[in-house]
Design a protein around this ligand. Structure first.
Ligand SMILES: CC(C)(COP(=O)(O)OP(=O)(O)OC[C@H]1O[C@@H](n2cnc3c(N)ncnc32)[C@H](O)[C@@H]1OP(=O)(O)O)[C@@H](O)C(=O)NCCC(=O)NCCS
Length: 122
């Protein structure tokens, strides 16, 4: 498994990166899209690992890279919204140190975790 990324900068949208995982044949097996949501805040979406490739550390590797992207961008936290019935994802985020920070009006939960400053202890 290999983790790679495309960096993008759209006017008015700020820095973004499409982080993706590929298998040994080069096929994409997972993605996460990370972007700046505020001066010190990063968020991600479209986080998905292909069925049959799950529980092998692909999701963890994708989020670790997304955290690095946020760290290099000077962000102090990274967040995502999750549906409350997506227990698998909530267990995943909890395992990776995310905490439920906020409940949106539509029921979605904002999961967030701090990002250590670049160059400091991780
Ligand atoms: C959530 C998702 C991305 C996790 O990807 P993954 O590659 O399976 O995750 P990892 O293998 O890196 O798991 C890391 C840890 O998270 C936890 N975890 C992951 N899936 C879990 C599950 N189904 N049940 C319980 N814990 C789980 C485990 O602690 C796991 O470590 P372990 O396997 O050593 O026990 C994947 O299940 C997925 O694509 N789901 C559908 C899309 C989705 O819900 N995306 C999130 C939208 S908010």
């Amino acid at each position: 498994m290999k983790i790679d990324q495309f960096n993008m900068n759209f006017p008015g949208e700020g820095d973004m990166a499409l982080v993706f995982a590929t298998d040994d044949a080069g096929a994409v097996i997972g993605t996460v899209f990370v972007k700046r949501a505020g001066v010190h805040v990063a968020e991600f979406a479209r986080f998905f690992v292909r069925e049959g490739e799950r529980r092998r550390g692909v999701g963890r590797a994708l989020i670790n890279r997304a955290v690095e992207v946020a760290q290099k961008a000077g962000c102090s936290s990274i967040s995502c919204a999750v549906h409350p019935e997506n227990k698998r994802a909530i267990l995943f985020y909890t395992r990776l140190g995310f905490m439920a920070a906020f409940h949106f009006g539509d029921g979605d939960i904002l999961m967030t975790r701090p990002v250590a400053p670049a160059g400091g202890p991780s």
